[in-house]
Write a protein that binds this ligand. Structure first.
Ligand SMILES: Cc1cc2nc3c(=O)[nH]c(=O)nc-3n(C[C@H](O)[C@H](O)[C@H](O)COP(=O)(O)OP(=O)(O)OC[C@H]3O[C@@H](n4cnc5c(N)ncnc54)[C@H](O)[C@@H]3O)c2cc1C
Length: 496
């Protein structure tokens, strides 16, 4: 019997993972990717011997990676050459104080006590809560497929409403552990990864700072793109076919099913199932017939965006740590400005990454490769944001911040610059509103309330990736890929 065919739209991490699971189960899988190579947001480019991870720079939640590579029949440690980054981040505050987040508890104790006497005990209690949230959250929310309302609204899930503190705001919850606002921000800034402000994020997300300190932040040799290379090799070994520069124009549907896809080059491909890895709100708006759902999705909350600067510089900055985070005093206003005003804050918090500190091959000898990421609002509906002006302001903020750490001459040593604004994110990966993390992870867009991995009307159309369950991030994209592939396999089995 001819194997059943699945078309995957997009070669992002979720798409490749799902495709591999499906091919390993004997299905005939083709991945269509509009760009010239795989990876989606987990992208890479090189210029004059400088190598840049264009999206993710942090391998977090290593236990999830281990489990998900194992589910694909591979070993994380054999496939990737990993090194632990410790201290994880160097935090720099407006008043000149610094904090190196490290798993070395003696060093943490000394540093924290200098900020606020007694705060080390606060950290230990906060980590204990983070661990509870991580363990429960992984088991009950992330690794679960909520196919029906009853999978979520069940008596056994009721204690989660207390144990995971979903109704307590993360920042407010920090008062139970620290008084010093710098420490409150040091252990909540990770909420930005979820597209959220700590002033509105559920306290559940203490799981993020917990996993970073307890399980570590890691770096694969060759950069984050080596994860994509490993995944593509696994997919090809399983028999997945990839077509690059293959942009899908629309999904071919009839009343209640997807028949295949139509590409921009006019080709029509048929399939028993279609799995969309392209960002979900974009798929509803651009690839499916309009039935009101697209407008409903557009009204949902989207995560912020970022302006990224990629610099090749002609001298090494050996003192610049791999991950530096500048956290602004006006922490609350920063989030207000980004999330509510869709703007660049007056004094933005920002992140600088120097990958050659971890892997010298990321820059030519005697030179350096530097990435700066400045969070900003996503694209507004009225299109009035002046991105060239905002980008230029953001660049000056990076130089100003680096000067405060003693790196005063970076601007003079830049050989070339590549930069991405929200317009670039939209264009490169079809991300609606240029929102780098897709739909954000507030309470009404989490777990059962997040868009499901299957379309409610077209019974053989499925979704995978950041704006679907369980959410944004590379490890979660692995989970999303596995869950959506299982769903397809279960449905096809039940039909045959
Ligand atoms: C700046 C930045 C920093 C980040 N930092 C981290 C980090 O440090 N750690 C971490 O774990 N995560 C991080 N993330 C998040 C992580 O990169 C994403 O959550 C994850 O890569 C999303 O994967 P996905 O499966 O949703 O696919 P996507 O990456 O969204 O890929 C979807 C693919 O579909 C393709 N596509 C779209 N439309 C079409 C079409 N019509 N036809 C064909 N193909 C199409 C796109 O080109 C793309 O390749 C970061 C993201 C960004 C942007």
């Amino acid at each position: 019997m001819k194997p059943q065919t699945v078309i995957v739209i997009g070669a992002g991490v979720g798409g490749i993972v799902a495709a591999t699971h499906l091919a390993q189960r004997g299905l005939n899988v083709t991945v269509l990717e509009k760009n010239s190579h795989a990876g989606g947001r987990c992208d890479r480019f090189s210029c004059e011997g400088h190598h840049f991870d264009a999206g993710p720079t942090l391998l977090v939640m290593p236990l999830l990676y281990e489990a998900e590579f194992a589910a694909l029949g591979a070993s994380l440690r054999e496939i990737l050459d990993l090194q632990r980054v410790d201290p994880t981040y160097h935090l720099a505050f407006d008043d000149g104080s610094q904090l190196a987040l490290t798993s070395d508890m003696k060093s943490m104790q000394e540093q924290l006590e200098a900020f606020e006497p007694g705060s080390f005990q606060g950290l230990l209690r906060y980590m204990a809560e983070g661990r509870r949230h991580y363990d429960l959250g992984m088991e009950k929310l992330v690794n679960r497929d909520f196919r029906n309302a009853t999978d979520f609204f069940r008596l056994s899930n009721l204690p989660l409403a207390f144990k995971l503190k979903p109704f307590t705001r993360h920042y407010r919850n920090m008062s139970a552990y620290f008084d010093d606002p710098r420490l409150k921000s040091a252990f909540t800034f990770q909420d930005v990864y979820m597209g959220l402000s700590p002033f509105e994020a559920p306290a559940t997300f203490s799981m993020m700072s917990y996993t970073e300190l307890a399980h570590g932040v890691w770096y694969p040799k060759g950069g984050m793109y080596s994860i994509v290379e490993a995944l593509v090799a696994l997919a090809q070994r399983a028999g997945v076919a990839f077509e690059f520069d293959a942009s899908v124009e629309r999904i071919d549907v009839n009343r209640d099913q997807a028949r295949g896809v139509i590409l921009t080059d006019g080709r029509q491909l048929k399939a028993e199932a279609v799995l969309a890895n392209a960002d979900l709100p974009y798929v509803y708006r651009d690839l499916l017939p309009q039935d009101g759902e697209s407008e409903r999705l557009a009204r949902k909350r989207f995560s912020c965006s970022v302006i990224s600067f990629f610099w090749g510089v002609d001298k090494p900055y050996a003192k610049l740590p791999p991950h530096t985070l500048f956290l602004a005093d006006d922490y609350r206003d920063n989030f207000k400005s980004i999330i509510r005003d869709l703007d660049l804050p007056a004094n933005p918090s920002l992140y600088v990454h120097a990958p050659a500190r971890l892997d010298p091959s990321m820059a030519p000898e005697g030179q350096d490769t530097i990435i700066a990421i400045v969070p900003v609002g996503h694209l507004s509906e009225n299109g009035e944001q002046d991105w060239a002006k905002i980008r230029d302001e953001a660049r000056q903020h990076v130089f100003r911040r680096l000067r405060s750490l003693g790196t005063a001459d970076l601007e003079e040593h830049i050989k070339f610059e590549v930069n991405y604004t929200p317009l670039s994110w939209r264009k490169r990966y079809n991300l609606m509103k240029g929102s780098t993390h897709g739909l954000c992870h507030n309470l009404t867009q989490l777990a059962y309330f997040r868009p499901h991995n299957k379309h409610s009307r077209y019974h053989n159309l499925y979704f995978v990736g950041a704006s679907t369950h369980p959410g944004t991030g590379i490890p979660t994209a692995f989970v999303s890929g596995r869950l959506s592939a299982q769903r397809i396999i279960d449905d096809l089995n039940s039909q045959s």
